[in-house]
Ligand binder design. Sequence first.
Ligand SMILES: [Zn+2]
Ligand SMILES: [Zn+2]
Length: 343
Amino acid sequence: MRQLTFTRQGTLEWHDVPAPRLTSDKNALVRPLAVARCDLDYYIALGLYRTRGPFALGHEITAVIESVGDDVTNFVPGDRVIVPFQINCGECDNCLRGWTNACSSVPPCAAYGLGTNPDGDFGGGFSDCLLVPFADAMLVHLPDSLSPEAGAGLSDNVADGYRTVATGLKEFPGEPVLIAGGLAQSVGLYAVHAAIALGSRRVVYVDTDTRRLYLAKLAGAETVHLESYKDESRHSDDFLITVDTAGTAEGLCYALASTAPCGYCTGVSGGLTPTTELPLSTVYLRGITYTVSRVHGRALLPETLHHACCGTIDPLALADHILTFDDCIEAMVDPAPKLIFRP
Ligand SMILES: [Zn+2]
Ligand SMILES: [Zn+2]
């Protein structure tokens, strides 16, 4: 079968590889129907994300079931499904707590399409077939009302944006939210969609990029156009809920400095380097709770799916048009905020 493969910095190639086979009764084999480009894929394709190939690319996936093992009870061939990007068993202590990004049955950070598995590749969405190790635990039915293209990003970038504001807005309904946009392009914009969907009375989106600012405004946000985060140390108002999707130390510092005393700041990258400097004395004196982590994609999927089905979050709002797998090597380095492909 064909598989899009990251081989080395900045190089993607289609490779012919053996198709996966069922190896356990809990497995399913699925055929991808749509794959969305995760914000990280863009940097992998550009060679800016330090990781070693070769590995299969693509991890925001919807698919159709081709075959299932004997123990799979929730799915039959022909069912359309959302395939969460993180591999999780659904049975270990971490999975049962909802910490599906830290399943203890698989290697740390085990996922499709990211080359994070030291013991072998789980495969990627840009392929003809994918093995799902724990089908009943991982997969979620794609409702008839939702297209495969709309469902592809729900377990990753959509969920990532959603969770940055959901916890705060559940505790403080209606609160204004500030989102620092940047390198995690679609995550920041999905955070705007989620904050509005969850009832924030004022959503402020800050960025240096005209196109993302336009999309945020279109979604209903008040926008602030900066020349650079470096030149602006903070917003003039305090916000109880802030989000850093900028992916730089300067963006993170802007979000933290704009957080009100005893407020909550959630980051999706921690400033991108292992030793990003933080204004910890400000964080301490203001009593800010700063959270930074990878998303629990599977655990949040019912919530993001609910909002997509209601139309309060539109996963397609950021994608200009739908591309095909044949376009993907060229398109993967397009700076558009979101791209979605079908085979
Ligand atoms: Zn991703
Ligand atoms: Zn588990």
